[in-house]
Design a protein around this ligand. Structure first.
Ligand code: SAH
Length: 444
């Protein structure tokens, strides 16, 4: 039996889903944040469950050769990154294994996983930030908690972010604007959102407030604009709910336009506050190029792009096929997608608002179906519909290997087989990994 508060010597023999080290003591799996595969550590047990436990490093007895010093001073407190304490190759290996392990363990799929496509930049790569604001300041939540760790800089964010955070802090201080207090559901500002176009430099700032009240708005706009001349859009998002969801339903345009424009390859995209847009544009191009590479287009296909966001994949592949239909649940994103088709002169793409699982049935037939769902994966109802549509190929773009594996299990039990699995590092320093999977129909 493992005892809380006792110390043990532990060999780290695996890595967990959040990038923590895992070892075994007396049949217990012990999860230890910041421990690395191959290390021998002295661990203090902090929590014991039925057949697993959590530990804290007391001493690293044999460090991994991949261990390095974190360059970010917030690393051990902030829950944003998991890999600042190992070299990049270690992280890439971890991510590739995460994909193949999930496919095997959850999906029962023994597919060969291609080498992971590495990121060119492991710092400053994010184009979007979403900082919670509360009585402790503006920052990030610590891992698995709602304890806010104030940060004045974040290495993986675009460099413009820090000045914007500073400007908003200044405004709040000067005009006694209250931060949100989750416990009492009082206060004014709940979140600060930024999104920057790496292509045009345009910046959107979103201020999420609890009520529509926001004092001295003109001053807020002035302070923000003085802080960065690339700001082209300042939007107030009102979120009165007791919820973890950051953005509210209602929006007020405080200044400028309600979108920014970015480019992926030759295509331009207008992006609204509420629309999903990949956070690492450099890697997004590689992701979409991989999608194109995997499919053998004849030029005659009908293609469904389900979970299409602002139509990025749809429009990227439109020139290779006869017709594309994109489906997306967020109305604003579909408005963006329709406009994006227009500004890029693309006429063979159409977009439908709705839940993919409800809408797909009514779309007719397709030769290729691309799905790119959020972390929770596809609804089984949608997977059944896709099997009924019976496209020759399915391309599954996933940001979560566990739900990917679950969904592939369904598809491989229903007339499809996995042809190729390509992981891509879109989120350096974090435990997250993106993946593209090509599937074909077995009778093809
Ligand atoms: N393919 C796009 C977006 C992928 S993110 C890109 O590469 O940018 C997933 C998208 O699915 C988001 O835009 C989200 O709003 C949308 N979404 C979430 N649930 C959905 C559902 N049930 N049906 C359709 N779209 C959904």
């Amino acid at each position: 039996m493992l005892n809380k508060n006792e110390q043990y010597i532990l060999e780290i023999s695996g890595m967990g889903a959040e990038g923590e080290g895992v070892g075994r003591i007396e049949g217990f799996a012990v999860f230890v944040p910041f421990a690395l595969l191959g290390e021998k550590i002295l661990v203090k047990i902090v929590k014991v469950q039925k057949n697993y436990a959590f530990g804290k490093i007391v001493e690293i007895i044999t460090p991994s050769p991949s261990r390095i010093s974190p360059s970010c001073k917030h690393f051990y407190k902030c829950g944003g990154c998991s890999f600042q304490h190992c070299d990049y190759n270690f992280e890439l290996e971890y991510k590739k294994n995460k994909v193949s392990e999930a496919l095997k363990r959850i999906g029962g799929i023994e597919a060969e996983v291609s080498p992971i496509i590495p990121a060119e930049n492991t710092v400053g790569y994010r184009n979007k930030s979403q900082f919670p604001v509360n009585t402790d300041g503006i920052g990030f939540y610590a891992n698995r908690s709602h304890r806010l760790v104030p940060v004045e800089s974040c290495e993986i964010q675009h460099t413009s972010t820090h000045g914007i955070i500073k400007a908003i802090s200044e405004y709040m201080k000067k005009y006694s604007i209250l931060p949100y207090d989750e416990a009492s559901h009082t206060g004014d500002i709940r979140h600060v959102f930024t999104r920057v176009s790496k292509h045009s430099g345009e910046i959107m700032v979103g201020i999420v407030t609890r009520t529509k009240r926001l004092a001295n708005v003109d001053e807020l706009v002035r302070i923000l604009r003085d802080s960065n001349e690339n700001i082209v859009s300042i939007i107030q998002s009102i979120n009165s709910e007791k919820t973890n969801v950051a953005l509210g339903e209602k929006e007020v345009l405080l200044w400028g336009k309600d979108y920014i424009t970015d480019k992926i390859g030759d295509l331009s995209f207008e992006i609204s506050l509420k629309s999903f847009y990949q956070i690492n544009p450099q890697q997004t191009k590689k992701l979409y190029d991989e999608v194109v590479k995997l499919i053998n287009f004849t030029g005659d296909e009908t293609l469904f792009d389900l979970y299409c966001g602002i139509g990025t994949i749809s429009l990227y592949v439109a020139k290779y096929v006869k017709k594309v239909i994109g489906v997306e649940i967020v109305e604003k994103a579909v408005e963006n997608a329709i406009k994006n088709a227009k500004i890029n002169g693309i006429e063979n793409a159409q977009f439908v608002v709705g839940a993919a699982e409800d809408v797909a049935k009514s779309l007719g037939t397709a030769d290729i179906v691309i799905v790119d769902p959020p972390r929770k994966g596809c609804d089984e109802k949608l997977l059944k519909t896709i099997v009924d549509i019976a496209p020759e190929s399915i391309v599954y773009v996933s940001c979560n290997p566990s739900t990917l594996a679950r969904d592939l299990k369904f598809l491989t039990s229903n007339k499809y087989y996995v042809k190729k699995v390509v992981p891509i590092d879109m989120f350096p320093r974090t435990p997250h990994v993106e993946c593209v999977v090509l599937m074909s129909r077995v009778d093809k």
